[in-house]
Write a protein of this length. Structure first.
Length: 162
């Protein structure tokens, strides 16, 4: 038995009372895990919603194929931005079957290991999932960051623009 509860948003909107839903889940003794918010247009337009939910104890699961571009550039970009802000706690396959949407996690693991290091890839694709399955708290992770704290990446030619 585990004290975690998967919560899936409608694919088109976020109910007005969703903050209250998260609160009630937590009062009932569960930790909500929000699944694939990168595919929700409201979360895409209002990243402060996701940030506020995480600060209040909600965990976030992003679909691995979103991070590797399988659900388009917007979902891939959101996954990257949310990673930079430490708002992602898990990557999952969102597999439906062996053919239509098979469980492909290796490309996500490889991309994470290249961009953020093996420790981050292990945490987001192995250790955090093991903790949920075993009903344990997640291992320590970086604190969520405000959106104005992340500095834009600059190319090596950016000094020419000054």
């Amino acid at each position: 038995q585990t004290a975690y509860l998967l919560v899936e948003l409608d694919e088109h909107f976020v109910p007005q009372q969703f903050d209250q839903v998260f609160y009630q889940i937590q009062v009932a003794g569960f930790t909500p895990i929000l699944t694939h918010p990168e595919r929700n247009p409201v979360c895409a337009r209002r990243p402060e919603l996701l940030s506020s939910w995480v600060v209040r104890g909600c965990l976030v699961q992003v679909t691995a194929q979103s991070y590797t571009g399988g659900f388009g550039q917007v979902a891939e970009h959101l996954a990257e931005v949310w990673l930079e802000h430490n708002l992602v706690h898990f990557f999952a396959s969102d597999a439906h079957d062996d053919t239509h949407r098979p469980p492909r996690l290796s490309p996500c693991y490889d991309k994470l290991a290249r961009s953020r290091g093996k420790a981050a890839a292990d945490r987001l694709l192995v250790y955090n999932q093991q903790a949920v399955i075993n009903g344990q708290p997640l291992p320590p992770a970086p604190e969520p960051r405000e959106f104005n704290e992340v500095q834009p990446k600059r190319s090596w030619l950016s000094f020419l623009r000054r």
